[in-house]
Design a protein around this ligand. Structure first.
Ligand code: MN
Length: 206
């Protein structure tokens, strides 16, 4: 699903209903975040690549091809934001939260000396991101790591291993429900909504 062919990039539907993440993320936030912000990046992207040599590429290919090209920065930013948001919706689930089990759970124990440390590092990386960006759990060189990225950047275009999960730390992701309390947003989502099943799938494919 992350290999959407162009032209006619259309957003995949949200993987749950608009009220499904309440009370932790409101339907109103999803209406704006998916319906206006995510859709806006897709519309802009389609407009920018129309008639170019990029229309037949996947989003991943577009990101890798336009990274470092000053003339195509807007294309890169919009492509990455489309990709990041689709990955974010899948990183959340109404049945999510809690502690991961299985192989991924074991790997977390090894990489972070415990699940609690993972949560701590994840929240620290998310609150430390000055301005807008993303916080990620990635698998790189066989190890699990936490990283944050600026604005639209992501582990794919930075060539930093395989992303397993992400949380959006742009203000539009949490302001309606949490106002300025970014740390509350992060800890609540990790506790109640984070989709370890999705992370495990990405982990097994990495
Ligand atoms: Mn966002």
């Amino acid at each position: 699903m992350f290999h959407t062919k162009k032209p006619s990039l259309t957003l995949p539907p949200l993987p749950y209903k608009r009220h499904a993440l309440e009370p932790y993320i409101s339907a109103r936030t999803l209406d704006f975040h998916y319906g206006k912000h995510h859709q806006g990046y897709a519309d802009k992207f389609n407009k920018l690549v129309s008639g170019s040599d990029l229309t037949e590429l996947t989003l991943e290919e577009v990101m890798l091809k336009t990274t470092g090209d000053d003339y195509r920065e807007a294309i890169l930013n919009n492509a990455a934001q489309v990709w990041n948001h689709t990955f974010y919706w899948n990183s959340l689930s109404p049945e999510g939260g809690g502690k991961p089990s299985g192989e991924l759970g074991k790997k977390i124990e090894m990489s972070f000396s415990g699940y609690e440390n993972l949560i701590k590092q994840f929240c620290e990386a998310g609150t430390a991101r000055f301005g807008s960006g993303w916080v990620w759990l990635i698998k790189e060189n066989g190890t699990l790591k936490i990283m944050n990225t600026l604005n639209a950047e992501n582990p794919i275009l930075l060539r930093r291993g395989t992303p397993l999960l992400t949380l959006d730390v742009w203000e539009h992701a949490y302001y309606l429900d949490y106002q300025n309390r970014r740390n509350d947003y992060l800890t609540t989502l990790l506790d109640k909504l984070i989709n370890w099943e999705f992370a495990a799938k990405n982990f097994n494919q990495a």
